[in-house]
Design a protein. Structure first.
Length: 321
């Protein structure tokens, strides 16, 4: 037994000193299919509670050096697919606590909700928590009703694309970058030089088109809110719950429990079981329990090296103060 332990330790040290930053450890079982748990109420009819928490992205999610193997988009689609096969589900509450995320991931979630509604006819209510801004609000507009907590921050309607210029820093440490390219725009918005006016104009055109899609989604989801009103609201500013209600961006202000009660009432249900989906090992005790997987890869270095690598330009429906 001691010999096996020593061999395992030597193997880990070999990996570390060979430059490997990540070590796969079987801390938890491989992810299995979603299971169901009743977290509130009782009855044969069900109301499903699904979370959208954190940055909306198709990337595998990370928490303090631990990487969950299932992306937000993957897990959300899996939840709706499972729900689509359950005829006892009478309503769906999507709990949103997100400043937004990438344009594409936000649009996928919005599309999935619309598809679920069309396929099942189930009523969907979005319940906003601390923050449901930009892409978080974009997703909420797919619901039949939007409820915000009294302390919710929402809005931030618009698109942002951020570019970093590290040319000065590289110059100070004696590093030079040179791109050999087939066309002037091939390294457009490179972080290693100042952007040209032409490059900025090209990106602005793309942002304007994506912003137009955001406005279209709100106009469609928040009828009869006029388009010209939405355009005025879409200057990127954030709104409190009361301000959003005054501007008809949401339907009412309330808490999660009152959202569930209101959904039951609208469905003429005297009682219903509130359920959540989870994976083995995740605790689900109440309606405020957070959803999420638990498969991890441990980073044995204090920093996530991938997060330090420069990334290409990303277009975001994101509140980024």
């Amino acid at each position: 037994m001691k010999r096996m332990t020593l061999l395992a330790l030597l193997a880990a040290m070999t990996l570390l000193y060979s430059g490997c930053a990540y070590v796969n450890l079987a801390l938890v079982p491989e992810p299995g299919p979603l299971s169901e748990k009743v977290v509130d109420g009782e009855g044969d009819r069900k109301i499903l509670l699904v979370d959208i928490t954190g940055i909306i992205s198709e990337e595998k999610r990370r928490k303090l050096g631990l990487r969950e193997e299932i992306s937000m988009v993957d897990e959300f689609r899996e939840s709706l697919k499972k729900a689509g096969g359950d005829k006892k589900i009478a309503g769906l509450v999507i709990r949103i606590n997100s400043p937004g995320g990438t344009v594409t991931a936000s649009d996928i979630l919005h599309h999935e909700i619309l598809g679920y509604k069309k396929k099942t006819g189930v009523r969907v209510v979005a319940c906003m928590m601390d923050v449901a801004a930009s892409g978080g609000y974009y997703v909420a507009t797919a619901a039949d009703e939007i409820v915000a907590h009294p302390t919710t921050i929402t809005g931030s309607i618009g698109v942002i694309a951020m570019k970093f210029n590290v040319q000065g820093l590289f110059g100070k440490i004696g590093v030079e970058s040179r791109a050999i390219k087939s066309g002037d725009m091939k390294d457009m918005l490179s972080p290693f030089r100042t952007a040209t006016a032409e490059e900025i104009a090209v990106v602005q055109t793309i942002i304007d088109q994506m912003n137009g899609r955001f406005i279209d989604v709100i106009v469609e989801g928040r009828k009869p809110l006029p388009r010209d009103t939405v355009v005025k609201l879409a200057d990127g500013r954030i709104y409190t719950a009361e301000q959003a209600l005054d501007r008809k961006l949401i339907d009412r202000v309330g808490y999660l429990d009152s959202t569930l009660d209101g959904l039951k009432k609208s469905l003429n249900l005297d009682k219903a079981s509130v359920i959540m989906y989870y994976r083995p090992g995740a605790y689900k005790g109440t309606i405020y329990s957070e959803a999420g997987g638990n498969t991890t890869v441990v980073n044995i270095l204090p920093q996530d090296l991938e997060s330090l690598m420069p990334r290409g330009l990303q277009f975001m429906y994101l509140w980024a103060p």
